[in-house]
Design a protein around this ligand. Sequence first.
Ligand code: NAD
Ligand code: TYD
Length: 339
Amino acid sequence: MSKILVTGGAGFIGSEFVRYWLAHHPEDEITNLDALTYAGNLANLVSVESNPRYHFVKGDICDRQIVNELMKNTDIVVHFAAESHVDRSILEPEAFLQTNVLGTFNLVQAAVENKIKHFHHVSTDEVFGSLELGSAEKFTLETPYEPRSPYSASKASSDHLVRAYGETYGLPYTITNCSNNYGSHQFPEKLFGLTITNLIEGKKVPIYGDGKNVRDWLFVTDHVRGIEAVLQHGPTQETFLLGGLTKDVSNYEVISQIIRLMGKNPDEEIEFVRDRAGHDRRYAIDWSGTQAKLGWQPSVTLEEGLRQTIDWYVENEDWWRPLKEQAAGFFAQNYRKRA
Ligand code: NAD
Ligand code: TYD
């Protein structure tokens, strides 16, 4: 039986982890520390809120007192909490430095002081920067860090802190660097949620630049299973790469696929808008090392994952409509300058 402190468990991936873990690990207890920023939503956790093995604490990972108090009673930390949207990091970078860098610093410091058995840090492939379009190159554990947005720079910094605490203070850690996730409960500002909900609302889908940028897409449940495999492997001070089954699919192609799956015509629904500043061109991730060591591999194809994701947004308008309204200011600011 383990006592797990999850940070950011009210967000997209963190809430998937909490729901999954409580269902699959009946001995374990989870405390979820989440500040409930615009991206945190307790509606993601209604299915577990009355579970006696689940506890929620509203608080900031930068708060030393709360973090220290919670770690006294913790075996394992799984750290998801972050500011996570690249476009917001371009408009207002400060919160990214605060939460992603200083928040992670506060957590690793408290983890060492409280002799936590395993600190798992959830990170992104965006720390590696951008690959050439059309090349066969993929991110590996040997790829140097070359972050190009305030978001990825703050995540890179947090990865360095975790490793430095491993080297200097013996922090028993692991890190996963994962590609773009999609699935249910994703805030409707990220590409897939935005596309699906815009289509339901009868709005156009904005594609940045020429639409040829490439992302590696992983269904969120596969990400959570990857973290599970790492936690079961133990606190080995290793890093693992997690990625999906897609092979260099462009934004234009994947958006067109969603539009067709929703019974509409891509030619009529897409609007090309001005490119994102510093827009990373291509991500591709080599997760074969993780497969060899842990036996993990993604299981959900893009088409199957898209179908499930579309169905979820179609059936859960009550979940996303208020979020889009609350985020109207961000949408206006982000998309106004692109017209
Ligand atoms: P999200 O934005 O949906 O959720 C973030 C959660 O963290 C929210 O519940 C928010 O309230 C909470 N939070 C933010 N600041 C906090 C603070 N100071 N203290 C406590 N809680 C705070 O993010 P997500 O997409 O679920 O991403 C989770 C993690 O996975 C992040 O670390 C992100 O960098 C990483 N990641 C995400 C993706 C992706 O495609 N979404 C891919 C790879 C890695
Ligand atoms: P996003 O979901 O923001 O993830 P990330 O920037 O972390 O990869 O964006 C995914 C891709 O989609 C990225 O290349 C930017 C692009 N994009 C658009 O073309 N239009 C949009 O409105 C958004 C939000 C993203």
